[in-house]
Design a protein around this ligand. Structure first.
Ligand code: HEM
Length: 366
């Protein structure tokens, strides 16, 4: 019986299993006693690197689609489908760490010395993902500053710099958001209407506090003070200059126009034309959240594995990783958006010219 398929392809050849399965070479056992768990340590890292490769493949296919001047609905479908895949891979990445936790800290010590100075710090693919999503050098925690770069080869550094010179996902999403036309078409002024609705909402809340007979006068004053702070928060969003100032300080990433478009999409996402854009924004939040979840999960594992020792890569160990988990975020502007949502029943009605377009109702719009 033939061992190959109709085209002569064989399972092992197609998957290059010869190379793949001959790529695990534990260091222990070469000069001392073999450490049983080193095989698991190698395989789990290799599995991660394969998934990183797939994530780069997906993200790499999405970036050029965003670069086009107009993004049609068909392309949006591809982008959403590919990011959904990335998110599913990320879930696996978080879960996989439990397999490694079947190794005890003492078992790890049997081979840890062989690793120095190698470390996940040197994972080029991990850095490529960070950079492709939009993590900039200036956003990195000072606890690593430039440290990870000094541990890479010249060729690896050049590769990262080449990707850094390209627009990242967050920048391309920003450009796309800025191009969304519905905020100020046909005399419609989103900000004007939104501001009016916010003022009305805050006035209603103030009225409820003033008329609440369960509250003492000092409690009312307290709550009205909190409401005034909420109002200031809205003003920061609405005020373009204030937004730009926050952006210069690194507290905001997206431009005022892009943030406005994202808010518009979230507020009016029930319209058919905004459902895919809304899904896209949700997926970007998922991607960011799941990378943070991985970082947090990894740092907990690292803590239980090496306590407060420094890492094999020479960083401040779990202290560095904790700080990276907090700081190495890309889509935080989208996380902040819910602060500025107002309930559906209080949303200003869109003028027909805009709502017809968002319903794909071009008949009535003529
Ligand atoms: C016994 C298990 C592990 C330990 C003790 C450990 C420890 C550490 C430490 C201490 C660091 C900080 C850099 C350094 O000084 O070395 C680090 C970074 C890193 N590790 Fe692990 N790690 C483990 C498993 C893994 C696994 C399975 C992966 C999967 C790829 C991984 C990926 C990474 C990455 C990507 C970084 C860089 C993170 C960043 O800079 O934000 N590690 N690891």
């Amino acid at each position: 019986m033939s061992q190959t398929g109709p085209t002569g392809t064989h399972y092992s050849d197609y998957l290059q299993l010869g190379k793949l399965l001959d790529s695990q070479h534990p260091r222990s056992g070469k000069d001392g006693e073999a450490a049983h768990d080193e095989m698991l340590f190698i395989i789990i890292h290799q599995a991660y690197e394969l998934w990183f490769k797939q994530i780069l493949h997906e993200v790499g296919s999405v970036l050029p689609l965003f670069k086009k001047k107009t993004l049609d609905e068909a392309r949006m479908g591809f982008i959403v489908a590919r990011l959904e895949r990335v998110v599913e891979i990320q879930r696996i990445l978080v879960d996989q760490l439990t397999i490694l936790e079947t190794m005890t800290p003492l078992d790890f010590l049997d081979f840890r010395d062989y690793l120095v100075p190698a470390s996940g710090f040197q994972s080029v693919q991990f850095r490529l993902i960070e950079i492709a999503l939009g993590l900039r050098q200036r956003d990195r925690t000072p606890l690593s500053a430039d440290a990870y770069r000094t541990r890479l080869t010249d060729a690896e550094r050049e590769k990262l710099e080449a990707v850094e010179a390209q627009p990242s996902l967050v920048e391309l999403v920003e450009d796309w958001l800025e191009r969304i036309p519905f905020l100020d078409v046909d005399g419609y002024d989103f900000w004007g209407d939104y501001q009016g609705a916010v003022a009305q909402m805050l006035e209603n809340d103030a009225e409820i506090i003033r008329n609440n007979s369960m509250l003492s006068e000092s409690e009312k004053t307290d709550q009205l003070g909190q409401l005034a702070d909420t109002e200031k928060g809205f003003q920061v969003l609405i005020d373009r200059d204030e937004h730009n100032r926050l952006r210069e300080d690194g507290e905001r990433r997206l431009s005022h126009r892009a943030t406005s478009a994202a808010l518009f999409i979230e507020l009016y996402r029930d319209y058919p034309a905004l459902q895919l854009p809304h899904k896209l924004l949700r997926l970007l939040v998922d991607v960011d959240e799941l990378f943070t979840a991985w970082r947090q999960r990894h740092v907990i594992m690292v803590h239980r594995m090496i306590g407060s020792k420094i890492g094999t890569g020479g960083s401040a160990g779990h202290r560095y990783l904790r700080s990276a988990a907090q700081k190495h975020r890309v889509f935080t502007d989208l996380f902040d958006l819910p602060t500025f949502l107002i309930k559906r029943s209080a949303l200003p009605t869109l003028p027909d010219e805009v709502s017809n377009k968002l319903r794909f109702n071009y008949e009535d719009a003529r």
